[in-house]
Write a protein of this length. Structure first.
Lengths: 411, 180
């Protein structure tokens, strides 16, 4: 690590040396494709949030709404890029081109040789594209207001999430290759460009989960109402934040990821209402509820605050471990505990931010006109809170596992 | 290498098919005579409204002509597609434009959800404005059982679950290698 630092700071002028490396063309190919994919990812996420708001404010008049066009053009573009790299690298592998070998590719179906990330991203894009006509079919049958919790919405969303994970693999494997190569590379705030790219995608994964935060169903058991959105949020936030620190092996990257997430939410909060208003005027559409016109929503923009305490805890633990010469990666055994710990502040901050209340049981029990007895409030908390904490523990375990792989994996 | 080329061709073909499926909304054009005709009194104007497909199918464009009984009239107007009872959709609009030099107006309707809809014809002319409507039933594709929908949608997740398990094993392998 120290050697790499020295290379990073002391030999930046030796760009010529880097340009002489034998695998230069392969690095150029993969990294160009990676940055284009990142562009498509941001485009798709913007489209997804625009789509959610479009449904709410305008409704769905046909498949090719402006946000759908944004989403599916990005998914198709990402899928084609992934496919192109897979096919190109398969040919380059067969030709024995430097940098395309068994240490930098995986083999699938006994034919293709390509970086794992492009394969995962390609499958994710394919799944989302396959979900599109099926989702349209479902809307044809059941109307425009079917919740996110509909089969082919979930198929598209999970495809998007798989694509996100694939992109993390792409950037992380290139960062690992760069780290191990011994060639000089630039760093900003201690992180390489590829590591920054990885963190942007990780922030995007939380952002992608936030898109549906009010769309998940509410399980109702008599007076008891349990919103299910804390489950994916707890899993993904733990996965991302712990994964970020394990991947970079640097304290501070969890908080940095939340700052990047804030950039996502604020910029989307500024863009989407303007885009809806403009499209409605240009296409001569009308709002679903006359007079309800979209504008900047401060609560949506501030949603990353849900995770800020969790991120600080993770960074604090990482710093504490480093100061005692403990490794940040490796063992998975006690990560579940960290997952539980970081989910607790989310449980307190989220209801306060979204519903304006610290009263956690009320979140699970709020029924108009219902007088809820105190013992039922306790029951609600006793059922829901452990499930949410367990989700956080699961996310932490996955984050530690994936974070280590992202740090080491060069394929 | 030859195998790779064949695979490339196959993959491109599959992707093209998927793209076609997504992009291509079928259009029902007025090839023959109208499939359904309604005679309406839209305020002072008596018109025949011809639908060239009955029932219309979801997401298919269907041509509509509005023919005034008084062929000297020059009307303008639009079609409003309003979801009927039990249909979850939003109100849609389509313009009516003159067909050549005749008094007939032509427009296209397309409803995205199956079920009951009301077609409202709004007309403007020398005797003021008027509107009239008639109900239609939009046909949809055959419904699959909801459990089958979920089965199809969640099937790829089994592959992802396998991937997570595979990566857990891979982590163990990398960890062992790092410790050596």
């Amino acid at each position: 690590m120290a050697q790499t630092e020295a290379q990073a700071t002391g030999r930046l002028s030796s760009g010529a040396k880097a340009s002489m490396r034998p695998d230069r063309a392969e690095r150029y190919l993969r990294r160009t494709a990676a940055w284009i994919l990142l562009f498509f990812l941001l485009q798709g996420q913007l489209g997804s949030i625009w789509d959610r708001e479009w449904h709410y404010f305008v409704g769905r008049d046909w498949f090719w709404t402006p946000p759908h066009t944004l989403i599916y053009s990005s998914v198709a573009g990402a899928g084609l890029i992934a496919l192109a790299v897979i096919l190109t690298d398969t040919i380059r592998y067969l030709k024995g081109v430097p940098g395309v070998n068994d240490t930098s590719t995986v083999c699938i179906f006994k034919i293709f040789h390509a970086p794992l990330g492009f394969i995962i991203a390609g499958f994710g894009a394919l799944q989302t594209l396959a979900a599109a006509p099926l989702d349209n079919y479902w809307h044809n049958l059941y109307g425009i207001d079917i919740a996110l919790w509909a089969p082919f919405h979930m198929m598209g969303v999970t495809g998007g999430m798989i694509g996100n994970i694939g992109m993390v693999y792409i950037f992380a494997s290139e960062a690992a290759i760069e780290r191990e190569s011994g060639y000089p590379y630039r760093r900003f705030l201690g992180l390489s460009l590829l590591e920054w790219g990885t963190l942007i995608i990780l922030a995007g994964m939380i952002n992608f989960t936030l898109i549906g935060f009010l769309q998940f169903p509410i399980a109702t058991f008599g007076l008891l109402r349990i919103p299910s959105y804390p489950l994916p949020i707890a899993i993904i936030s733990a996965l991302v934040l712990i994964g970020a620190v394990r991947f970079t092996q640097r304290p501070g990257t969890a908080t940095l990821t939340i700052l990047l997430l804030s950039l996502h939410t604020v910029s989307e909060g500024l863009f989407v209402p303007w885009a809806i208003r403009t499209a409605v005027v240009q296409q001569d559409l009308s709002y679903r509820i006359p007079g309800i016109i979209p504008s900047f929503n401060l609560t949506d923009a501030l949603l990353p605050l849900i995770f800020i305490v969790s991120a600080l805890i993770i960074d604090g633990v990482a710093l504490w471990r480093l100061q005692r010469d403990h490794k940040l990666g490796g063992s998975l055994s006690s990560t579940w505990l960290l997952g539980v710990l970081i989910t607790i502040p989310q449980l307190l901050i989220a209801p306060c931010l979204i519903l304006g209340t610290w009263d956690l049981p009320r979140v699970f029990l709020e029924q108009p006109g219902a007088n809820t007895p105190p013992e039922l409030k306790v029951q609600a908390a006793l059922i829901a809170v452990p499930v949410i904490l367990a989700s956080g523990a699961l996310g932490a375990f996955l984050g530690a596992n994936f974070g280590d792989i992202w740090h080491w994996n060069t394929r | 290498m030859r195998r790779s080329k064949k695979l490339l061709t196959g993959t491109c073909f599959t992707l093209a098919c998927i793209a076609l499926l997504v992009i291509n909304p079928a259009v029902a054009l007025a090839g023959g005579g109208p499939a359904h005709t309604e005679t309406l009194a839209a305020g002072p104007y008596v018109v025949d409204v011809n639908l060239y497909q009955d029932p219309p199918f979801t997401d298919q464009s269907v041509e509509v002509t509005v023919v005034p009984h008084d062929s000297r009239l020059r009307l303008t107007g639009r079609i409003v597609m309003a979801p009927g009872l039990g249909t979850d959709a939003v109100v849609l609009h389509a313009p009516l434009s003159p067909m050549g030099q005749t008094s007939t107006l032509v427009g296209t309707i397309r409803m995205p959800v199956r079920g009951a809809w009301n077609i409202v014809i709004q007309l403007n002319g020398p005797q003021g404005s008027g509107e009239a409507s008639f109900p239609i039933l939009v046909a949809g594709p055959g419904a699959i059982p909801i459990w089958l929908g979920w089965l199809i949608a969640l099937a790829p997740l089994t592959g992802f679950a396998w991937f997570i398990w595979h990566q857990y094993r891979y982590h163990q392998k990398l960890l062992a290698r790092a410790e050596r």
